[in-house]
Design a protein around this ligand. Structure first.
Ligand code: 5GP
Length: 125
C-alpha cells in the first residue's frame, strides 16, 4: 500500500492540525486519541512515513525502531499503566489493513488503560 501523505496523522506530524502531545522523541510522537475508548487512550506513532506495523518493522531503521520502543515505554510510565511502575496493566493494539479495520493509514499503536477494559478495543461495533 502506498503511503498517503494527506492522512490525518501526517497532518498532525506537519503541525497542520493540533494534537494533545504526551511524549516526543527524535523519531516518534505520542498523543491522546481524539475519541478515547478508555480513561487512558494514547496513540504512539513513528514520525516516518509507514502505513502500518508490518511496513514499519520491514522498512524502518534500527534507530527508528529503538526510538519507537522507547516512546512506548515512556508512555506506559507517564500514564501510570505500567505494571513495572505499580500500574494495573493496559492493552496495546495495532489495527492493520482491511481485515484489521485500520482507519488511519499511518502506523499507530493504541495504548488503552486506566480502568478494566473488558473486551474494549478487541472488537468494533
Ligand atoms: P485505527 O482504527 O486506524 O486503528 O484508529 C485510528 C484512531 O485515530 C481512532 O481511535 C481515532 O479516534 C483516532 N483519530 C482519528 N482522527 C484523529 C485526530 O484528528 N486526532 C487524534 N488525536 N486522533 C484521531
Amino acid at each position: 500500500m502506498n503511503y498517503d501523505k494527506n492522512n490525518i496523522f501526517a497532518k498532525i506530524l506537519r503541525g497542520e492540525i493540533p494534537c494533545t502531545k504526551v511524549f516526543e522523541n527524535e523519531y516518534s510522537l505520542a498523543f491522546k486519541d481524539i475519541s478515547p475508548q478508555a480513561k487512558i487512550h494514547i496513540l504512539v506513532i513513528p514520525k516516518g512515513a509507514y502505513t502500518d506495523i508490518d511496513d514499519f518493522y520491514t522498512k524502518a531503521s534500527e534507530k527508528e525502531i529503538i526510538s519507537f520502543s522507547n516512546a512506548v515505554k515512556e508512555v506506559l510510565k507517564l500514564t501510570g499503566v505500567s505494571q513495572q511502575s505499580g500500574g494495573n496493566g493496559f492493552r496495546a493494539i495495532a489495527n492493520t489493513g482491511s481485515d484489521g479495520i485500520q482507519e488511519v493509514p499511518h502506523f499507530h499503536l493504541h495504548i488503552l488503560g486506566g480502568e478494566n477494559l473488558g473486551l474494549r478495543g478487541l472488537r468494533k461495533s
